[in-house]
Design a protein. Sequence first.
Length: 67
Amino acid sequence: MRTWLFWAGVSFIIGGAISLALNLSVQSSLSMLEDLTGYSIGWIVVGIALILFSKLRDKKEGTFEKT
């Protein structure tokens, strides 16, 4: 199982969620908030893509394990 792809995806999701929470809790100008929120959501999407890719690859190779 290619666990490093899975855990890299999890770390991107956690990092993006923390960044998004920090961005939404700070009172600042709207344009800066929109830019940083876009990056945070982008990291979350990258994390989801890595997790899905690792699961599909494991399933294709026949080494898919239920967790």
